[in-house]
Design a protein around this ligand. Structure first.
Ligand code: WT7
Length: 653
């Protein structure tokens, strides 16, 4: 990279009051966090309230992939998010629910949250949910989702939230994988004025499933829904009947808090398991420092709780810190592209956290939507989910943040539980597109092609992490071997992230994207194998190969190359394409529908049958020359056929 790369220095007004005030201070704390990790993390664990002290800060083994933090210590996540704040913050807003129609939501104070969560926890108990039982939450962004997560945590049940955009098949797969005993859903979701028939999707998901004993239904739209006698119950009615007090279970620090499914490079999603003490310590510490959270701030993370961002930085992190957190039900474009900025003005938001895909979609709508709203309350802006292109970064920084806010580009993953590489508002000079430096206790390592750590400052390689941290996922639920194979086998002694990365002369990290068969579409993770399995479910399809290609708004678009069965002639190309898109929607969800589908006579494969995706990626980008070495292909002619098909497609679109 050139020397002229712009650098935006830390703002002194932010620096003066920030929790970490200079690069020197950061360096000193960072060194301590690496050299005396136990001492360092003990200090952050002490910010939580423990019922009983732990015996060891950590017992971790990167080689065997065994990780225990604060074990023997007893605490409760729900208690830490609610009860311990009641004395001082009882009347303070815990959650501001920003409903789909602007301004139609309401505020829930810490005392009210306590009452709702206790009632909800008693409902779970009434339906025989016990410590360790799995509960699926398939809910829109309504307060009941927060209540039910915290209610599960309160009694030690393990929640597994399924994003409300996933299909019935996806819900069923997750229910079966974790053998859930209960599903909690809503009559309908409401997003951008559109209704999503959640209860009816759950009914389909539960066909033939016998582990689920009861279904609780929150009422969002009050649509008429059929109730299955003995199985289905209305959540609000049940909550009303219960007492507003429920003692919090003493959980071991290593007891599970939740399972969250995410896509990997095989067809089957992985249920990442997060535990209690380390996770809570990590999300509270990162929420505090990365966003420079200050008491009284209104904090707005616009993610969905169905993803890890929402778990860690709408609910657990902010509430552990006694913050006021905004829960946003709508979309960035509803009812118009001013929605975020209008909400920020109305709620006087100080910290705003969103995704590059939303920023790009809004930048395209023009500045006027931003400028007509007062954003003077804003101090820190954040982004997460995918690499942010410098143009989108600059727009966010200059137009939204008036060049006076700190901008934190936070790199992390479902597996890491919390933010790993990130600027700190009072510390880090910013370079658009770089996630900058590691958080305390985090040691990034770049690996070369021979699986050796690169020691030079300037380097490009596969991103690994050399030490354990409290927030890391402990296993893949029910499949520890897959956990070991995916994250610890590729580089023994290190955690492998699946991302490529560059380190520049100043030691800044630049994430370049996934190096495995995982796509990042609008910040959502999808496995190519998962999409291919769905496409191959269409009767006329013989085989398919899915790759990502650069997409202006989504970051990556989904491109499917499809080979038909010989007996499949009777469908028109158009019908086939819609059948394939429909199948992806049914098997996975709307977000998995391919943007482009190309019917091809064959796929570029090696003699051993491996699809050479590198070639497909180039063709998808319209790069027909410089395809690299084609001599290892079983049938090199197939490449010309695919190029011709792609040229024809490009002419048509
Ligand atoms: C993958 C993790 C972390 C919550 C949302 C996504 C990509 C995430 C960044 C960033 C560049 C990023 C990586 C990562 N990613 N944040 N700031 N810059 N890439 O969680 O679904 O687990 O996906 O998202 O590729 O591995 P996820």
């Amino acid at each position: 990279m050139s020397q002229e790369e712009p650098v935006y220095p830390v703002h002194t007004e932010i620096q003066e009051k920030a929790s970490i005030k200079s690069l020197d201070q950061y360096r000193e704390i960072y060194q301590r966090s690496i050299h005396e990790p136990d001492h360092f993390w003990a200090k952050y664990a002490a910010r939580l309230e423990w019922f009983y002290p732990y015996t060891h800060v950590q017992q971790c083994d990167m080689k065997r992939a065994v990780f225990r933090w604060f074990s023997g210590g007893k605490l409760n996540a729900s208690f830490n998010c609610i009860d311990r704040h009641l004395d001082k913050l009882g009347d303070k807003p815990a959650i501001i629910w920003e409903a789909d129609e602007p301004g139609s939501g309401h505020t829930i104070t810490y005392s009210e949250l306590h009452e709702h969560v206790c009632r909800a926890a008693n409902v779970l108990r009434q339906f025989d949910i016990k410590k360790g039982d799995r509960v699926i939450l398939y809910l829109p962004m309504i307060p009941e989702l927060a209540y039910m997560m915290l209610a599960c945590a309160r009694i030690g049940a393990i929640h597994s939230i399924v994003f409300a955009g996933f299909s019935a098949d996806s819900v069923r797969d997750r229910i079966l994988d974790c053998q859930a005993k209960m599903v909690i859903t809503a009559d309908e979701g409401l997003r951008g004025g559109k209704k999503i028939p959640l209860k009816s999707i759950v009914d389909s998901a539960l066909r033939g499933v016998d582990c689920v004993k009861s279904v609780l239904i929150a009422q969002r739209t009050f649509a008429e829904i059929p109730l299955v006698p003995g199985r289905d119950h209305l959540l609000n009615q049940e909550m009303k009947r219960q007492r507003p007090e429920c003692p919090a279970e003493w959980m071991d620090a290593e007891d599970p808090l939740f399972i969250l499914y995410t896509s990997g490079s095989t067809g089957k999603p992985k249920g990442l398991l997060h535990t209690t003490g380390g996770y809570m310590t990590y999300v509270a510490a990162t929420h505090h420092h990365v966003f420079d959270y200050r008491p009284g701030d209104v904090y707005f993370c616009a993610a969905d709780i169905g993803w890890i961002t929402g778990h860690s930085y709408i609910i657990y992190g902010p509430l552990a810190n006694g913050a006021t957190t905004v829960m946003f039900e709508s979309t960035p474009l509803y009812p118009n592209p001013s929605r975020y900025w209008e909400t920020i003005e109305r709620l006087k938001v100080n910290i705003f956290y969103t995704a590059p895909t939303a920023i790009r979609a809004l930048a395209r709508e023009g500045e006027s939507h931003v400028l007509k709203h007062d954003r003077s309350s804003l101090r820190v802006l954040g982004t997460v989910g995918e690499p942010i292109n410098p143009e989108a970064w600059e727009w966010y920084y200059k137009v939204v943040g008036e060049s006076r806010c700190a901008l934190v580009d936070t790199w992390w993953q479902t597996e890491t539980g919390g933010i790993m590489i990130t600027p700190l508002p009072g510390v880090t000079d910013l370079k658009p597109g770089s996630a900058t430096r590691p958080f305390f206790g985090i040691q990034p390592i770049l690996m070369d092609e021979n699986a050796k750590p690169i020691t030079s400052q300037e380097a490009t390689g596969h991103l690994c992490l050399a030490r354990p941290w409290p927030g890391m996922a402990r296993t893949i639920y029910g499949d520890h071997e897959r956990y070991v194979q995916t994250y610890f086998a590729p580089y023994p002694g290190y955690y492998f992230t699946g991302d490529g990365c560059r380190r520049d002369k100043d030691g800044f990290y630049w994430i370049t994207g996934r190096v495995d068969d995982v796509l990042n579409v609008s910040g959502h993770r999808l496995g190519t194998a998962e999409i291919e399995a769905a496409i191959n479910g269409v009767f006329q399809v013989a085989e398919s190969a899915v790759i990502g290609y650069p997409h202006d708004i989504k970051g990556q678009g989904i491109f499917a190359f499809v080979i038909l069965n010989t007996e499949a002639e009777d469908l028109s190309q158009e019908d086939l394409v819609s059948a394939i898109r429909e199948e992806c929607r049914n098997r996975i969800g709307k977000l998995a529908r391919p943007d482009k589908i190309l019917i091809v006579p064959g796929l570029p494969k090696t003699r051993s049958g491996k699809i050479m995706r590198r070639i497909l990626r180039k063709i998808a980008e319209g790069e027909y020359k410089n395809l690299g070495n084609l001599t290892t292909l079983a049938d090199p002619d197939v490449v010309d056929f695919i190029i011709d098909a792609h040229k024809t497609m490009d002419r048509q679109t």
